[in-house]
Design a protein around this ligand. Structure first.
Ligand code: NAD
Length: 484
C-alpha cells in the first residue's frame, strides 16, 4: 500500500484556478479530518467569494474557445484524464479511504466507477446530434441544434468524493461547458488531485476550477447572482437542494439536482431469499450505508419475514468494522460525529416506538466515528427511520401482506430516487416496477449504478439525470433555427 505520509506530502492542497494551484486570496486554510480517528490529515486552501469571482471570470473567458474546440479534442482530453486516473488508482483509493472512511476495496471500486464517467463522456462528446425537418405546413424548414449551456457551478457531496465530481465534470466538458467545482468540505482532497490530473491531461487553464471552502454559502451565493454563471448542478441533501433552487429561481438559473433518497427494498414471498439477503447487504451496506441509493426501508412479505431477518442478521453480525485502510475491513466509520449521532437518534426513536434490535444498535466505543452494523425489525410505520434518510449501517425491516400493501408502503415517501424488488415472477417485477414512484428500480439486484444508465430521481429526490446518454443533455441547450 502507498505510504500515507508520502501521499499526503505529495498532494495539491491549494485551489485550482486558471489551470494553476493558487493559495486562497485571503490566505485562509481549513483542516480535513480522518473519520477513522478524528485526527487532522492536512490543511487545504479555503476559497472565498473573491476566489469564486476569479474562477468564474476565467471560466467565462474560456467558454467560447472551449465550446469551439473540436469535440474530438475535448474527447481526447477526457480520455487521457481517464487513463491518468487509472495510473494513479492507488493514490485516489487511499485518499478517499483517508478522507471519507470507506474500506479500501470500495475506494478502488469508486476509482473504477468514477473514472468511467471520463471515458464514457469522452465517447459521448462526439455524438451530440441535432435534426433537420420540413415544417408540416410546407412553409419552411426546421433546424434543431445543441449548444453548451455555458459556465456551470458543480456542488458535490462527501460520500463519493471522486464519482460525484466526475459524473458532472465529464459531461460538462464533453458538451463544451466550463465548470467550477465546489467539493464537500469533508472530502476536498480527491477533487484537488483530480484537478492535477486534468492539468496533466492537457485541459486548457480556465476550463475547470476546484474550489474547496469551509463556507459554502459565502462562496456560492455571489456566483448564483452573477450573470456569467449559466447553470448549477448539485448533488447533496434535499434540504440544501431546496435552498439552492430558491437562489437559482431569482435568475432562472438552469438547475440539475441529485438529492436525497429513501429507497425501499421489497422482498416478495416468491423471491430467492439467499439472493435477496445478498442484494440487501449490497444495497444497504455499500459505502457503510452512506449512499443516496442505500436501501433505507426493507419491506418483507410476512410469510418469509422471520427467515429473511435471521439470515440478514447473521450476515450483519459477521461484518468486520474498522479503519478502511486495514486489510479485511468491510465497514468503515461514518463521516462525522454529527452524522453518527443522527444515525443513533433514528435508532433510538425506532426502538422507543417498538422496534426490536436484532444486532448492533449503538455507537462503537473508541476513537473514530464507527457505528455497529444494526438490524431493526418490527419497525413501526411512524418511526422516523422509515421517513428520513438514515445514511448509516442500519437495516430497518417491516413486514407486509401482498403486492398492493408493498407498493403503498414503498411509495409512502416524498423521496423517489431508487427502489429494489426481489421476486421470481417477471410479470410482478414489471408491474411493481411501473407502480413504484422513483427514478431507478433494481430487480433482483442490489447495486444499480452504471455509467451507461440514467441516474436520478423523481419527487423530492431531484431534477434531471446524470450518466447514460441522457447525462450530456443536462449541459446542452436546444436551439431552433427557422429556415425558408
Ligand atoms: P449536503 O447537502 O449537506 O452537502 C452537499 C454539498 O452542498 C456540500 O458540498 C456542501 O458543502 C454544500 N452545501 C451545503 N450547504 C450549502 C449552501 N447553503 N450553499 C451552497 N452549498 C452548500 O449533503 P452531504 O451531507 O454532503 O451528502 C449527503 C446527501 O447527498 C444525502 O442526502 C444523499 O442522499 C445525497 N446524495 C444524493 C445523490 C444523488 O445522486 N441523488 C448522490 C450522493 C449523495
Amino acid at each position: 500500500m502507498r505510504d500515507i505520509d508520502a501521499l499526503l506530502a505529495s498532494l495539491p492542497t491549494e485551489l485550482w484556478i486558471g489551470g494553476e494551484q493558487v493559495p486562497a486570496s485571503e490566505g485562509r486554510t481549513f483542516p480535513v479530518h480522518n473519520p477513522a480517528t478524528g485526527d487532522v490529515l492536512i490543511e487545504v486552501a479555503d476559497a472565498s467569494a473573491a476566489d469564486g469571482a476569479t474562477a468564474l471570470a476565467a471560466a467565462a473567458d474560456s467558454q467560447r474557445t472551449w465550446a469551439a474546440t473540436p469535440a474530438r479534442e475535448r474527447a481526447e482530453i477526457l480520455r487521457r484524464a481517464w487513463e491518468l486516473v487509472n495510473v494513479c488508482r492507488d493514490d485516489f483509493a487511499l485518499l478517499m479511504t483517508l478522507e471519507m472512511g470507506k474500506p479500501l476495496a470500495e475506494s478502488y471500486a469508486e476509482v473504477t466507477y468514477g473514472g468511467e464517467f471520463l471515458r464514457w463522456f469522452s465517447e459521448e462528446a462526439v455524438r451530440v446530434n441535432g435534426r433537420y425537418t420540413r415544417s408540416p405546413s410546407g412553409n419552411g424548414r426546421i433546424l434543431v441544434s445543441k449548444q453548451p449551456v455555458g459556465p456551470t457551478l458543480a456542488i458535490t457531496p462527501w460520500n463519493f468524493p471522486l464519482a460525484m465530481g466526475t459524473r458532472k465534470i465529464a459531461p460538462a466538458l464533453a458538451a463544451g461547458c466550463t465548470m467550477l467545482v465546489k467539493p464537500a468540505a469533508e472530502t476536498p482532497l480527491t477533487m484537488l488531485l483530480l484537478g492535477q490530473i486534468f492539468k496533466e491531461a492537457g485541459l486548457p487553464g480556465g476550463v475547470l476550477a476546484v474550489l474547496p471552502t469551509s463556507q459554502p454559502a459565502a462562496l456560492t451565493e455571489p456566483l448564483f447572482a452573477d450573470r456569467r454563471l449559466r447553470k448549477v448542478t448539485f448533488t447533496g441533501s434535499t434540504g440544501v437542494g431546496k435552498t439552492l433552487l430558491t437562489q437559482a429561481a431569482t435568475r432562472v438559473l438552469q438547475s440539475s439536482m441529485e438529492l436525497g433518497g429513501n429507497a425501499p427494498f421489497v422482498v416478495f414471498d416468491d423471491a430467492d431469499l439467499d439472493a435477496a439477503v445478498e442484494g440487501a447487504m449490497a444495497a444497504k451496506m455499500r459505502n457503510t450505508g452512506e449512499a443516496c441509493t442505500a436501501a433505507n426501508r426493507i419491506y418483507v412479505d410476512n410469510s418469509v419475514l422471520d427467515e429473511f431477518t435471521e439470515k440478514l442478521t447473521t450476515r450483519m453480525q459477521a461484518l468486520k468494522v474498522g479503519p478502511g485502510h486495514l486489510d479485511g475491513t468491510q465497514v468503515g466509520p461514518l463521516i462525522t460525529e454529527k452524522q453518527r449521532t443522527s444515525v443513533d437518534d433514528l435508532v433510538r426513536d425506532a426502538t422507543a416506538k417498538g422496534a426490536f434490535i436484532m444486532t448492533g444498535g449503538a455507537k462503537q466505543v473508541g476513537e473514530g466515528y464507527f457505528y455497529e452494523p444494526t438490524v431493526l425489525t418490527n419497525v413501526p410505520a411512524d418511526a422516523r427511520i422509515l421517513r428520513e434518510e438514515v445514511f448509516g449501517p442500519v437495516a430497518a425491516i417491516r413486514g407486509f401482506d401482498g403486492e398492493d400493501d408493498a407498493v403503498a408502503a414503498a411509495n409512502n415517501t416524498e423521496f423517489g430516487l431508487a427502489a429494489y424488488i426481489y421476486t421470481s415472477d417477471l410479470g410482478r417485477a414489471l408491474r411493481v416496477s411501473e407502480a413504484l414512484e422513483c427514478g431507478m428500480v433494481g430487480v433482483n439486484r442490489g447495486i444499480i449504478s452504471d455509467v451507461a444508465a440514467p441516474f436520478g430521481g423523481v419527487k423530492e429526490s431531484g431534477i434531471g439525470r446524470e450518466s447514460g446518454s441522457e447525462g450530456i443533455e443536462e449541459y446542452l441547450e436546444v436551439k431552433y433555427t427557422a429556415l425558408p
